[in-house]
Design a protein around this ligand. Structure first.
Ligand SMILES: Cc1cc2nc3c(=O)[nH]c(=O)nc-3n(C[C@H](O)[C@H](O)[C@H](O)COP(=O)(O)O)c2cc1C
Length: 171
């Protein structure tokens, strides 16, 4: 399994960069599942460790994170804030997909991410995935998340499809 947050040499970077952030483990499990599906084609890097070079070196992206306070989580947003201008104009046309882990909604984080991706002129190549963990009380929200196997399988399939699409040059 690829190491979380590992910064590989940029010259041999795998084509698919999976950027993830997670507070209670749900998004992390989904990101790991997607990486498993993509195999050697994926590099899994925590949002806080992502540098513009990671984004430049990859051919496509999967962004995985929670919706917090009707927005992208702070760490995911911070990654975009830090990398947006260094990458602007350099990623145009590259494919991307998303998985949002939410307690009840997820749509606002989804929209926010899509707006940023539109600024970079990325191309969405898979339908948005929102995984609802039904965490709505403070206790449930703060508890570690166990993601149902069906959602992990969906994430694995998405990782595999992105890897295949990148390898086959179909995006
Ligand atoms: C501070 C905070 C704010 C949250 N706000 C929302 C929200 O606006 N909409 C929503 O659907 N879920 C919200 N949630 C619930 C999380 O999205 C949910 O627990 C999700 O499964 C967390 O994913 P993670 O385990 O990857 O951190 C919030 C959680 C926290 C901690």
């Amino acid at each position: 399994m690829p190491a979380l947050g590992k910064h590989r040499g940029m010259t041999d970077a795998p084509p698919l960069l999976i950027v993830w952030h997670s507070c209670t483990g749900g998004s992390e499990a989904l990101a790991r599942a997607a990486a498993e599906g993509a195999g050697n084609a994926a590099q899994l890097v925590a949002a806080g460790d992502v540098a513009p070079d990671h984004l430049h070196a990859a051919a496509g992206y999967l962004f995985v994170g929670p919706e917090n306070l009707a927005a992208l989580s702070g760490a995911m947003k911070e990654m975009f804030d830090r990398c947006y201008y260094p990458c602007l104009g350099k990623l145009e046309g590259r494919p991307y997909a998303t998985i949002i882990c939410a307690g009840s909604d997820g749509e606002n984080a989804q929209r926010q991410l899509d707006r940023i991706a539109t600024g970079w002129r990325l191309k969405r190549v898979a339908d948005p995935v929102i995984v609802n963990t039904a965490a709505q009380t403070p206790e449930a929200i703060l508890a570690p998340k166990a993601i149902a196997e069906a959602h992990l399988a969906e994430a694995r399939d998405l990782g595999a499809a992105l890897a295949e699409g990148l390898a086959g040059g179909i995006f």
